[in-house]
Design a protein around this ligand. Structure first.
Ligand SMILES: *Cc1c(COP(=O)(O)O)cnc(C)c1O
Length: 239
């Protein structure tokens, strides 16, 4: 099926606008993983400036090919192997997937060499789905030990040079009721508020949450970055 990207972008932007509470600032990240350069340029021409990729070498190739579009911001949104951290440190403008200390440390070292700062999100698993990455915060409200382990890790990330913590990221299950999805996003927002008011050094209020199927709910629960692929580029992820 041929997709009119100018139309899908406008449609998504309108829906974001309608869903956004007064004064909220929600950034659309068009998730362009596996999509062609031509598709990215179409979205760019429709006004998109933030793009999401989840493979290091694909990010490097696309960023290099599109470097003449100097106002594009590349977001790395996927699980990253440490040995592939160099292209992300070199090309990404945002990193959404600090899901273990090792990757944050490796990125920090690379970033210092490259003299770059990388605004980043800590990925949190709220839903308990085994297939989802991120630090275990499934029962952070009631389980003090789980909360302390998480806070200890957050403190270690906070002191890493050249990693600039922006906030938290999560993913809701694909197949869940609206109520369950809302609950997961709401609990991420609560966790963010708790960290921002209880950890003095933690000043990172942004929330990266919401995809094509659930971004309206995510925005209502305080999302500041939504990551939207199929609603813009179509459903097929050829791989
Ligand atoms: C692929 C992907 C998205 C986009 O998903 P859609 O359902 O196509 O909008 C968002 N976030 C992450 C982490 C992804 O891997």
């Amino acid at each position: 099926m041929q997709i009119n990207i100018a139309h899908t972008v406008q449609n998504v932007l309108n829906r974001i606008d309608n869903a956004s509470p007064k004064g909220a600032n929600v950034t659309l990240i068009a998730v362009s993983k596996t999509k062609s350069i031509a598709s990215i340029i179409s979205a760019y021409q429709a006004g998109v400036r933030h793009f999401g990729e989840n493979r290091a070498h694909e990010l490097a190739t696309k960023a290099t090919e599109l470097k003449h579009l100097t106002d594009i911001k590349w977001h790395f949104i996927g699980n990253l192997q440490t040995r592939q951290s160099h292209p992300v440190a070199e090309y990404a403008h945002y990193f959404h997937a600090i899901d273990r200390l090792k990757i944050a440390r490796r990125l920090s070292i690379k970033l210092q060499t490259l003299k770059r700062i990388l605004p980043s999100f800590i990925e949190v698993n709220i839903s308990g789905e085994a297939s989802k990455g991120g630090f275990n915060c499934v029962d952070w409200e009631n389980n003090q030990q789980q909360r302390e382990i998480f806070v200890g890790m957050v403190r270690e990330v906070l002191v890493l040079p050249n990693i600039q913590l922006k906030g938290l990221m999560t993913m809701a299950p694909r197949l869940a009721t609206q109520t369950t999805i809302r609950n997961i996003f709401s609990r991420l927002q609560q966790l963010s508020k708790w960290l921002n008011s209880n950890i003095t050094e933690f000043q990172a209020p942004e929330l990266s949450m919401g995809m094509s199927a659930d971004f309206i709910i995510a925005i209502a629960e305080g999302a500041s970055y939504v990551r939207i692929g199929s609603a813009i580029f179509g459903n097929n992820y050829p791989e």
